[in-house]
Write a protein that binds this ligand. Sequence first.
Ligand SMILES: [Zn+2]
Length: 499
Amino acid sequence: MAATIHTLGELRQARLHARPVKQEIRDNLVRKLKTGEPLFPGIIGYDDTVVPQLVNAILSKHNFILLGLRGQAKSRILRGLVDLLDDQIPVVPGCEIHDDPLAPLCSSCRARIAREGEDMPIAWLPRPARFVEKLATPDVTIADMLGDIDPIKAAQAGLNLSDELTMHYGLLPRANRGIFAINELPDLAGKIQVGLFNILQEGDVQIKGYPVRLKLDVMMVFTANPEDYTARGKIITPLKDRIGSEIRTHYPATRQNALAITKQEAWTDRTTAGGLKIEIPEFVREVVEELAFQARADRKIDKRSGVSQRLPITTLELVVSNAERRALANDESLVVPRVTDLYAALPSITGKFELEYEGELKGAETIARDLIRSSVGNVFSGTFEGQDSRTVVEWFDLGGSLPLSDSTAAVDVVSQTSGVQGLRELASHVGLKPNSPAPVVAAAVDFVLEGLYAQKKIGRSDERGYSAAEASPRRGPRREEPMIDEQFQIPGSKKKYYN
Ligand SMILES: [Zn+2]
């Protein structure tokens, strides 16, 4: 249809009357519900919770707010609303507020239509251009949000109060006939909230003492941290009143959902020069995911700010990178991450949570290490439930030790551990085949050793690698304190343990 309509006259003949934006979004949602099209592609784990509430809010033509902690896909949901807009809509070309050629708001468009009549060309605006997003911060001004006027020009022209010729439009007018998303709404200063409310409710607002009239057509959507939003005085009551629905988001309820999100978001599908293949064991993915669950439950970590799903996503990326680095250094063609690679991912972990006072005392790195260890322990217990690890533990109790590190080549891990009775059998429980390549075997063995270490059945130290547990009744040689020269590693030395 759009391809054949180029002028105001043609548009009028086609009887393409624009609908208010909330009606348009509602109509498109209804159509998708009828045909069973996916509503929010890529949003995982919200099918029975958030999505039904969103649908109801849109059917009700509400402005709405998503309340949730960081990393709960709030912004992503709001951006997904773009898919519910028409492919394109007719606009007056060049109009900053995307005026409808059949019902223009601004006086310059009205003047132009009067001048050019039915021959006036029209333009078609694609839907991504109809989504405006702003992160609220305390320094956002009325000029940013609504616009500014030049008072001298306004006075000189003797313009009346409904004239907006001297107006420089802000973000909200530019979102006219579209969606305006404000992230972290409570961070917006009170008087900006008043301005937003006035323009939405009354269609007018005072700017620098001049009344400005703008009957905008906008769907307003917001996000906020629940505690900030409900805190007294953070949101002015009339604005809160105009937000039709409050919808709570949440972190993935199950490890299965969390795994699916991370799988979708993490960049692991890489092609490395030299054609290295990447194979991520399921237990590595599970440990990475468990890390987020553990962190969210840890009382040393601030619950109010939450632990974003970006934690497992970026962690998995670093885990794969560390495995990639090891494979390149050892000239291996198959990249298989190990659970010990999580220690190399500390840079993606420590910045992803805020600490409570007790946590501050321990330090982010110590807490991250504790979280890794307990995550490994948790997944290990689940995977190896009912499996007997006694022969392996005994080997260490009798004085055996394995000086492995995250840079040890897969073949070396396999050969060094081949003498440990029962270890390979235990490791095969994660699905090893007789012909599994060395990096796959190494990762499985590494998982068992880290699992036993997490369960405190064996010990691990910088000097000796894996050895008997300190508290073991028949313990091996006492674990030595690190000597001073251990602190100064020789540059280029391959010795690099994860502790
Ligand atoms: Zn206009």
